[in-house]
Design a protein around this ligand. Sequence first.
Ligand code: CA
Length: 466
Amino acid sequence: MTVRPLLILSVFFYAIIAQAVPNLIVIMADDLGYADVGFNGCKDIPTPNVDSIASHGVRCTNGYVSYSVCGPSRAGFITGRYQQRFGFERNPQYQPNDPDMGLTRNEKTIAELLAPVGYHSGIIGKWHLGAHAPTSHPMKRGFNEFYGHLGGGHKYMPEDLVIKDGAKAKGEGESYRTWILKNYTPVPPRKYLTDEFSDEAVSFVERNKDKPFFLFLSYNAPHTPLQATAKYLNRFTHIKDPKRKTYAAMVSAIDDGVGLLLKSLRENKLEEKTIVAFLSDNGGPITKNASQNSPLRGSKGDVWEGGHRVPFALQWKGTLPRGKTYDHPVSSLDFAATMVALSGAKVDKDKPLDGVNLVPYLVGKNPNSPHEVLFLRKYDDKRYSVRKGNFKLVIPFRNGKPQLYDLDEDIGETRNLASAKPKILAELNALRKEWSAQLIDPTFKGLIHLKRGSGPPSPNKNKNKK
Ligand code: CA
């Protein structure tokens, strides 16, 4: 064979590999409401850049996370397994001296799964999977780079971040005021935190564009405290409620950051090599940050749809369809399984993933639903959700009777069909018990066990809003 056909052949194979083994960028907002992005119909907060992910890819109307508050939801996403299987069922306390307060060593993160097949992984922003630097730090969990904070939230203005050594922060409240960690080194932040994280995300792409990468851009916005700069606040003079106005400004800052990141991918010709996903880690806590989940019932912390159905869209130019709306349930658990399938990464046999490779479903090769059933348990509240097809069993209150809703007909969960459809209720309840039998009890205490005043109130304490 002469050199030229060889070259053509190698370019051909490279093209196949380049398409088949994509980069992954997951942009996760924190406490963003279902209704607060343009692609889900938001009117008062323009999100053109976030929306462009949906218009260039797939908008998932039934996108779920595996828990309705931050820490456990992130544990599910990062492992691709229901976090109730390994006892991560509470928001962890900020305990730099406790190696057991966070993600167990017995589970692998997406970064740990992808490292053996050559991926370079970075996380920018909120970790919330343990603050014990020797074992729980992101760089002990497969990530090659970290730029962010270990706790469950953070203040946004550089002048408020005055605690240099995060290990000396006492509890969740003080952890909000630490410097930012660049890998293991505390650095004083220079900008409004959301802008700082966006800049770092662009830098990550620029620095790693020549190798397969996984970037978890984990904005802590628009989680409380509600803080924004004039640059963003000035865009929302039409919003009179000061809480909603600041929240809108925070969402707008995320949207600007997403725009910068997408521009960088475009300029570096990475769009066809990169899956870009956008979602929230749980539903909006409507009374806390003035987010909106309509038409869904409930809010962060709930097992109603408003607790765990979130804004969810992803693009992969050249592979996923453009501007598609996908209505079957998908899950944050699916990212790990998708990347394992595409990259050939190996999963421990005794720890099978709960997600699935979404690509065949989203491109239309597989017309079935990616998940026959999706589950949620909140151990401390004895609350459950079981979604099968269009039906959802929900036990919304401690020791309450199971209720049944048809989400196709009644997205707001207003008409309990438990009496009208006892067979379906019984079937879903049997599935609930079967799944629950596979789970373990929580392995660490959570924010809910702290005395009042020693940290921000736990979302677990939220009462049902409706
Ligand atoms: Ca959250």
